[in-house]
Design a protein around this ligand. Sequence first.
Ligand SMILES: Nc1ncnc2c1ncn2[C@@H]1O[C@H](COP(=O)(O)OS(=O)(=O)O)[C@@H](OP(=O)(O)O)[C@H]1O
Length: 344
Amino acid sequence: MEFAVSKKTLIALIILVTISFYITFLFNSCIVSNISKGIPQLRRNQIVQEPLMHYSTSVRVVSLIEGNETDISPKYKWFREQGLKPERQLPSALIIGVKKGGTRALLEFIRIHPDVRAAGSEVHFFDKNYHKSFQWYRSHMPPTLEGQLTIEKTPSYFITKEAPRRVQMMNPSTKLLVVVRDPVTRAISDYTQAKSKKLDMKPFEELVFVNGTVGSIVDTSWGPIKLGLYYKYLSRWLKFFPLSQLLFISGERLITDPAVELKRVQDFLGLKRVVTERHFYFNTTKGFPCLFKSEGHSAPHCLGKTKGRNHPYVNPTVWQRLRDFYRPFNMRFYQMTGINFGWA
Ligand SMILES: Nc1ncnc2c1ncn2[C@@H]1O[C@H](COP(=O)(O)OS(=O)(=O)O)[C@@H](OP(=O)(O)O)[C@H]1O
């Protein structure tokens, strides 16, 4: 089959093809030129800026305020985003007592250690809330990362009859911390706290004795006095735990030399000695050591008003009677612990 193509049509076809080639060429060279303009730009940025660049990590300021199971704090959300999985664990160490011994101070001091996480408030699991299950108890613990130790303090555990067995059931290797204080000043401190809640309370001197007079016998059924019989409560714990699993902290030395006591605590818990004298300063207004910085506080931090209350004046005769009363019990406690706390 033959096609008759006129000369004119052929010329027009050649011109059309040439123009279309030319347009395509112009278009492509335009794209290439734009790309090549960008490449030196990128290279320039890399070469010129690299040595001058200060690599800065983007720091997100996150709140340290605890969240509960459903409302987890931003700090832990951030950990999760980083692939770290904080999880709540049952405590492996407990501050079990004694009431008014300085347990809050110890907790606040030890929790500035980066490997320690503490339940903020007293959970009262082994005394009041035991029926609520270990799952409930765990839900009250802060989330921890691997290698972090969970600690809780409830001073009434020390005197709760069932607590030693219950703690042993949770974990027989739980480490137990006991802050002890001269039972006489402890009793006055206990009384001061009770009086702050019940203003019409009788004077200390009256409550100490069975007949309300110095001449009668010391009332060992009165809570503030009874609680100072440390040997009695300790013997219960020693039925379930070896002495080596308990650490006794001097409440007095926690005030006069907190760093020394904190060193003992860190060693006992198998922690690096991070909390040192550098973390403390003595606040002369409060009359107690305070922290330069603690969890949730970027500024110097002292314990609250309920810690370090002014005690009422106590008649020196009453004071002496109590000293004499406690002496044999203190001796027994010193023998059991192998430590002379110097109260007698
Ligand atoms: N750094 C520091 N700051 C303030 N208070 C301190 C500190 N270190 C020890 N203490 C003493 O702690 C006593 C309160 O003891 P607790 O925390 O165990 O009391 S409680 O059982 O939890 O109510 C409290 O008793 P009071 O002085 O009777 O208030 C203090 O003497």
